[in-house]
Design a protein around this ligand. Sequence first.
Ligand SMILES: Nc1nc2c(ncn2[C@@H]2O[C@H](COP(=O)(O)OP(=O)(O)OP(=O)(O)O)[C@@H](O)[C@H]2O)c(=O)[nH]1
Ligand SMILES: [Ca+2]
Length: 800
Amino acid sequence: MVPGILRKVMPVATTIPKPNDDDDEDEYADKVGYSFAVEYSGPPLPYNIPRVVPVDVDEIPLASTLASASRLGAVPIIQPIVKSTLPSKKLSKELQEGESAGWPQLFSTADDFNNHPESSVTAGNSEIVEIPDDEDKDEPAGELQDCASPGVGESTKSHSFSCSVSSEIFSGNEDECADDEAAARHVRRPSAVTFRDPDSNDVVVDEDFDDASDAESSIPGRPTPAVRPGKKGTCYRCMKGNRFNEKEVCIVCGAKFCSGCVLRAMGSMPEGRKCVTCIGQRIDEARRKNMGKSSRMLRQLLPKMEINNIMTSEKCCHVNQLPPELVYINDQYLSEEELVLLQTSAHPPRKLKPGYYWYDKVSGFWGKEGEKPCQIISDQLNIGGHMRRDASKGDTGILINNREITKPELLMLQLLGVKCDGTNSFWVSADGSYQEEGMKNVKGKIWDKPGAKVICTLLSLPTPLDSNGSVSKERNGATILPKGLEQKLLQKLLLVGNRKSGTSTIFKQAKIIYNVPFSEDERESIKSIIQSNLYGYIGILLEGRERFEEECLAQTREHPIGESSSSDCGDIAGQIDTKTIYSIGPRLKSFSDWLLKVIITGNLETIFPASTREYGPYVEELWKDAAIQATYNRRDELPSLPRNATYFLERAADIAMVDYEPSDMDILYAEGITSSRGLSSMEFTFPKSPRDLCDHIGYQHDPSQRYQLIRAHPRTLGGNCKWLQMFEDVDMVLFCVSMTDYDKFTEDSDGVLTNNMMATKHLFETMVTHPKFEDKKFLLVLNKFDLLEAKNRACLTHSM
Ligand SMILES: Nc1nc2c(ncn2[C@@H]2O[C@H](COP(=O)(O)OP(=O)(O)OP(=O)(O)O)[C@@H](O)[C@H]2O)c(=O)[nH]1
Ligand SMILES: [Ca+2]
């Protein structure tokens, strides 16, 4: 499904930063680096280059389905993937230790996948694990109090997943709209219409309406379906053919006719596609979604003009209109006038069908009875009755315009930073401005809050239509996509992993690989982050310098010159006791003192990058200074210097400039770009693969297939993943594991040490066993493979 998404190529020799507390990889890692796939633009090569073969995820063998999480421990352990070119004595020993620790190695050796001669998909070895959970789990408790509100910057388009529409009316491939539960529950069946075979005059009674399910047959307004006189799949008139022949369907009784019979059975179609005996009858509501859409068969039989006329009558003739008495709003069925008012409003409900709905006149929220809102329609329409407090069956104790809201709505309010503790009743108007009940002043506008769109999209809640009409066009039915197609068009991928597992790096890579550029604003803030980070790294160096200088001075005091030849403190003649190779001049010293003070008081972000112009020149001078270089050479001894600091420090002078522009590589290496938000989202499509590649592998991406990649920090999921439900509509989880986590530990506030790999395993288990995730696909991304290899190499050299 996501061919090639993780095209990470490693290892590549680069200069490598040193480990630090926060992100220490291992002591050997500084000998090896990692790099990322970059498009080759040089001269043609005389030899064949290995290629990344897009993988059709459906083709990848799946690990056998696990019945229940409680049995995770009993899963047969499959040997981890070890690169055969590497001698792997130590590595496999370590991984066996991993096994005994109970890590379920569900990611089996994906032989077909990895041994493909041209496959260079790395990022560890990825495999899909499908783990449905058949245990009935309690719904996660709706404790919403301590929700951190991640400010979400990127906005995405909102997507509506609504009732399915099949584009053609054929027998055999009709997918009847089954989501009319609301309607199905309530409405009495209208008087039955019997089908009279046009030729035989026999009245036939429905017995085995082939593709109507129980739910469908109880859709209100459904006439009694016709009974096929012949065998299954045959034409209702000539009784010939089978289900693979195209057929046209009567929108009243569902009789299906082959191309040879359709015109005789349906005549001139003054009300659209109805058997002549059905003319004047109400249509089957389950077929409303197909109204006005001509089929291929008709297009082959009739001239275009004639088809247009038929389709217009089908849509517009009076008898085919939605019967107002089948639409209940706030417990009252509509009058004809009310239905017209509703359907001709600026923002009518999408694809209105018979059923029970609630409507909040004040805000325009609209939903099926007993459900969360699904759309925001025009406000202030005088239709239906009074909205009940329990219209959407919310159980949160919080009211909006007197309706008790549902959990996702409360979650949205909290994620958007609307304080719900002071009051439990809000008034929200159509433009999103809200106020507490009994208060005069407006507290803010929901839709103007940063991240409102992303959050609503994630929670499958509606957002208001944009006034410039791009969405309203869709609402008016012009560009409604069939459900199946719509879902296929946007696949949501949730990227998560334990902290420091590399999720933000993958997210940034995806942005670069799939050409989703950072906006002007984003680049500006990235630049600030990189520059502040740089001053932070310099601060760490300066602190180290002070320490080294003091140590040296102490040493020289204990062992005056001559005695200590082993000292690297290189005293300078005539300045004994005051100067060492770690000493700096007064100008740099005062800058250093000032910078360290800024860092200690936590003001770094506020002072930089605003002061870049002023302090930039010092950076260059400082970096060139021998004392700083000497300190930098001992960076192993500076535990707080992150690994990737080297990358930035070595270009310190350039980065500190006012006109510095971060390169893609800078962005990839920079810490803090995505993680500060906790939640980021981007949309992408696959670039078209070159022709010859497609010919070769016989596979081409669907260029219209869009993906949404959502990167969530584990803290966004809340303790024990209690917020995970807000991602319930993702199609796949990309779960990142840092393979170097197995010998790392994190200390919590109580001083308890947890192994990072065990923490990852716990997070994974919590996710796969979450009731809302039981049917999800999981792609396990084994990350930081280069560092694991480096460890392996180092161990081998060590033991030789
Ligand atoms: N050597 C190596 N380093 C990596 C790889 N992937 C990520 N890193 C580094 O590991 C560190 C953590 O990666 P991030 O992408 O920031 O991880 P994260 O999942 O966002 O973690 P948080 O910062 O806790 O949100 C960064 O310094 C990355 O540059 C990899 O494949 N190889
Ligand atoms: Ca990070």
